[in-house]
Design a protein. Structure first.
Length: 89
């Protein structure tokens, strides 16, 4: 199985989201292929979208700000919705 790990934290270093993903990654690597993605801006490049579309599982880790996801990640999710909605076979 191919698993996409998406870190939605805007922090480059010392993010709790990154620490969480790094702690579960060894457990997921058994018999699986792991692809890692970092969403730190409000735009996803087309290469990321294409690679993510080939994954069987998408796992997000991100901080909660006042019980909501970061705004840059929300914009990325809208992009993913638009891309995957128009590219479903």
């Amino acid at each position: 199985m191919k698993i996409a790990l998406i870190n939605g934290s805007p922090r480059v270093k010392y993010s709790s989201s990154g620490i969480l993903l790094n702690s579960i990654k060894p457990k997921l690597q058994v018999n699986n292929i792991i692809e890692e993605f970092y969403f730190r801006t409000s735009e996803i490049n087309s290469d990321y979208l294409e690679q993510i579309s080939g994954c069987d599982v998408i796992l997000f880790a991100f901080p909660l700000y006042v019980d909501g996801i970061p705004s840059h990640l929300l914009r990325c999710l809208y992009q993913m919705e638009k891309y995957f909605g128009s590219n479903i076979n």
